[in-house]
Ligand binder design. Structure first.
Ligand code: SF4
Ligand SMILES: [Zn+2]
Length: 332
């Protein structure tokens, strides 16, 4: 009985602030517990631990019960984000009839946001999305080599561009998620990769969300981190990438999970909170002056790290990557 109850409850639900129609508004975030990301069943991405939030036994009726529970807590927030730890547009994960019920349930919201891998984005799957909604895609990087060898994303930039076109044609908005410092890249290489990726995604969508890697348990990144072979990115790197974004392009946001902790983006510990606050404020206001003027003695340490680490690690190590993947037991 306990197990049945769990499947009928959303994985998580909370309220926060976000932007809709150029204004800061109340938002509700709903994470539906689904059967999980299709790509995760083939091993998934190197930094992703979302498979723990899924359950292969989840059926359509459980999803409908989760929706009902979520609607009971819905207070008319203008912005509703519906996450699934996978792809909302994948029919095996969210059957079409459930998808329609969910969209209908929140039809009073001014803005809806759902996430999907590009492979599930087409005119048909987008047809039920209300105009003005946003589809978010985890592009992670605009470099196909980084996608293949470092993130193990299972799609390439061409797939993203095709989905971006379908989203535009459907009259919908596109939010692109990008990673800062996937594994097997030095801090310097990751910095450059994120800068080019921000410029690329800004040309193809309305919003770009830059996500510094947060070490999630049971992932390849976790294994590397535990043996001392991976350091999450520095906040100095995050500031530099945000500052590099083309002016007047897509709205740029970043709300780092685990920021200021050893598993998340961090500096020395004393300057972290202030910088994270500036990044949060910048994400709302887009005021670039918030990204300037931060000072701390650890900035020199970051610059030394950029120089020294780059000389130790100069290329993606595929053999080691495969060895890491083989050693992971993916829990379903
Ligand atoms: S990051 Fe997204 S696509 Fe990759 S395994 Fe996780 S849920 Fe699936
Ligand atoms: Zn510092």
């Amino acid at each position: 009985m306990a197990r049945k109850r769990d499947l009928d409850r959303p994985e998580a639900l909370w309220k926060e602030k976000d932007m809709a129609d150029g204004r800061e508004v109340d938002a509700m975030v709903l994470i539906l517990r689904t059967s999980g990301c299709a790509w995760s069943r083939s091993g998934g991405c190197t930094m992703c631990g979302y498979n723990k939030a899924s359950d292969s036994d989840v059926a359509a009726e459980n999803l409908l019960a989760q929706l009902e529970a979520a609607l009971e807590r819905y207070d008319g927030e203008p912005f509703v984000k519906i996450y699934t730890s996978g792809s909302f547009l994948d029919e095996r994960e969210v059957p079409a009839k459930v998808r329609e019920e969910v969209l209908q349930g929140f039809s009073a919201a001014r803005r809806l946001l759902v996430e999907s891998r590009p492979g599930f984005v087409d005119a048909d799957s987008l047809s039920s999305m209300p105009k003005g909604s946003t589809v978010a895609i985890g592009l992670e990087s605009s470099d196909d080599e980084v996608l293949r060898r470092s993130v193990r994303k299972g799609f390439c930039t061409e797939d993203y561009l095709r989905a971006a076109e379908a989203i535009k044609e459907g009259g919908l908005g596109l939010r692109s998620y990008l990673l800062l410092k996937p594994p097997y890249l030095s801090e310097r290489a990751a910095l450059e990769d994120a800068k080019s990726s921000v410029a690329f995604a800004s040309r193809h969508g309305d919003e770009v969300s830059l996500n510094p890697v947060n070490v999630q348990r049971g992932t390849v990144v976790d294994r590397l981190w535990r043996r001392g072979d991976y350091r999450p990115p520095w906040l100095w790197s995050l500031l530099e990438v945000l500052r590099s974004a083309p002016e007047g392009g897509a709205r740029l946001i970043s709300s780092p999970s685990g920021g200021g902790t050893p598993r998340g983006v961090h500096n020395c510990g004393s300057c972290d909170a202030k910088i994270l606050e500036s990044v949060r404020d910048f994400s709302f206001s887009q005021d670039r002056s918030l990204l300037e003027g931060h000072g701390c003695g650890c900035r020199d340490g970051w610059q030394r790290y950029l120089r020294d680490e780059a000389s130790l690690l100069t290329s993606v190590d595929v053999d080691r990557h495969l060895e890491d993947r083989a050693a992971i037991s993916w829990r379903r």
